[in-house]
Design a protein around this ligand. Structure first.
Ligand code: KIV
Length: 276
């Protein structure tokens, strides 16, 4: 059976041969499946706004939403390291507020660390949360909570100046005490340089194969939607499998071939004909 990886083990994996993997997960049933797999980490991402709640983006997800989903994932995946995402509005008011909200997410969900978006700008917040005793995963590059500021979900760090800013941000979150950093939606060339120049492991999503670790949104990698972003790969086609199964259930029910002898209770009730 898989043994839960720890923060020191994740840190120590930096530059090693093993690429630690993570998938998003938002519920107990899927958490149990990840727990049975070789994937070492789960992100209860605020992407649940889109995947579970039907929002257009991640803004609108609340701390209570995150605690609700993360606490059920934690129950289903006792042998998998679980990251809980800090949603928009929970760490942009004051440092004191951010520590209070991080404590709440960490304590009430039982997750193993928290994640928040932003680089140099949020470094003081990261420092305070780490000082409070909570491991922090940073997240830079295409940070979905800032989609409005970025003009949409766009690849970041494409100019030399923007690339330098992201490298500076990676150094700032490391300096602030983050034990790992997600690099999302940046050119592979830049992700490779950041990975080489910092001492904490990088986890890539849309950042190429040179990152220390890799993460994907489960709905994308399982092919639950027909469309997937350019950086994702469908490792299964659950969209077809699930719709075929729903259609088969509807068809057999209509044909009255389901339920059959094997899937019904066949107990004989004496005198049933006397029921009034
Ligand atoms: O919320 C999320 O799923 C994420 C990943 C895209 C890294 O932050």
């Amino acid at each position: 059976m898989k043994k839960k990886i720890t923060v020191p083990e994740i840190r120590a994996s930096k530059g090693g041969d093993k690429v630690i993997t993570m998938v998003t997960c938002y519920d107990y049933t899927n958490a149990k499946l990840v727990d049975e797999s070789n994937v070492e980490m789960i992100l209860v991402g605020d992407s649940l706004g889109m995947t579970m709640l039907g929002y257009k983006g991640t803004v609108g997800v609340t701390l209570d939403d995150m605690i609700y989903h993360a606490s059920h994932v934690v129950k289903g995946a006792p042998n998998t390291f679980v990251i809980g995402d800090m949603p928009f509005g929970t760490y942009n008011v004051s440092i004191e507020d951010a520590v209070k909200n991080a404590n709440k997410l960490f304590m009430e969900s039982g997750c193993d660390c928290i994640k928040l978006e932003g680089g140099s700008d949020v470094a003081p917040v990261i420092k305070a949360i780490v000082k409070a005793g909570i491991p922090v995963c940073a997240h830079i590059g295409l940070t979905p909570q800032s989609a409005a500021m970025m003009g949409g979900f766009k690849v970041q760090g494409k100019s030399l100046e923007a690339a330098q800013e992201l490298l500076d941000s990676a150094r700032a979150v490391e300096e602030a005490g983050a034990f790992m950093v997600v690099l999302e939606g940046i050119p592979k060339m830049l992700a490779d340089v950041i990975t080489q120049k910092i001492n904490i492991p990088t986890m890539g999503i849309g950042a190429g194969a040179g990152c220390d670790m890799q993460v994907l949104v489960a709905q994308d990698m399982l092919g639950m939607n027909e469309w997937v972003p350019k950086f994702a790969k469908k490792f299964a086609d659950l969209h077809k499998i699930i719709i075929d199964a729903y259609n088969e259930f509807a068809k057999e029910s209509n044909e009255r071939t389901f339920p059959d002898e094997a899937t019904q209770y066949n107990a004989k009730i004496e005198g049933i004909e006397n029921l009034k």
